[in-house]
Design a protein. Sequence first.
Length: 150
Amino acid sequence: MSRIQVRIELDAPPARVWEVLEPIERHVDWMTDAVEIRFVGEQTHGVGTRFVCDTKVGPFRLTDRMEITEWDPGRSMGVRHSGLVTGSGEFTLEPIDVGRRTRFTWEEELEFPWYLGGRIAGLIGGQAVLRRIWRRNLRALERLVQSPAG
């Protein structure tokens, strides 16, 4: 299992960050590795929401099946991965500077199948490649959060 964590401090209160984070289908607007998100069923937010995300990292493409496991508006969103790559992840929003700013943490524990390199892929891909991509994603999230149209 590979553990990956990235974080950023955003010049916006948690409520504003949640406005951008809450619509799951819009995660493709700031996640460069997320190509398309399709919901499974009618539910589109909250615990129990299921969706598939077409993901592309370099030459690798896969369909990630996910379910929201935690939903605390303005505080956190958790997900379980059950596609080729399995594991769990969480976005955490922590107010800083008396709630005027937000520390946003993205943490994932992922397991890659043996035919995609297993633990070695998790160590190399997770620690080197995914961390770099997710840091770029956080900068894109920051631009959206600070944009009036967000």
